[in-house]
Design a protein around this ligand. Structure first.
Ligand SMILES: [Zn+2]
Ligand SMILES: [Zn+2]
Length: 159
């Protein structure tokens, strides 16, 4: 087994483990609890965006086949020219670079600065020097209450 393949398997295991273990946060606006999962888009070989209506996460994986001519920059928030090739979100909203994750109860926008308190508090104790990126466009994305659309390519966008 080659190193690359072994590495890939370890990444998949890590993602599965992380995906099964959502963390919990409290909304500053309504005080209700919600669950979220932090995704490392480097380990995951993915890029992401958020819905402008429900705050759901779109995840584009390197394993999916993008429409011809579409160039995805992975390991970060989706580049702008990719957005128009994505389907609408399940809620009818659109995935947009200007969007942010939202509280699933009151739909208030979650601040990436305030998120620092709960994301760093929930980070595994072994990574003491790890710091949350404090924005919604870096290496990590979050999925709130399992609200994720995987590879939501719009089939009509193929030229
Ligand atoms: Zn709320
Ligand atoms: Zn949505």
């Amino acid at each position: 087994m080659g190193f690359a393949r072994l590495n890939r398997i370890l990444q998949l295991l890590w993602n599965q483990w992380a995906g099964m273990m959502p963390d919990s946060a409290v909304c500053k606006n309504c005080g209700q609890h919600f669950e979220y999962t932090l995704i490392h888009n480097g380990f995951n070989d993915s890029a992401y965006d958020y819905c402008d209506t429900c705050g759901g996460t779109a995840l584009i994986t390197a394993w999916s086949e993008p429409p011809t001519g579409v160039n995805v920059k992975f390991h970060q928030r989706l580049n702008e020219d990719v957005e128009r090739h994505l389907k609408q979100c399940k809620c009818g909203g659109h995935f947009a670079l200007s969007a942010s994750p939202r509280c699933p109860h009151c739909k208030n926008l979650l601040s990436p600065i305030e998120a620092k308190t709960w994301i760093e508090a929930n980070a595994p104790g072994t990574v003491k020097r790890w710091r949350w990126q404090s924005d919604w466009k870096g290496l990590y994305c979050i999925v709130v209450d399992g609200n994720i659309s995987k590879d939501p390519w719009n089939d009509d966008s193929v030229p």
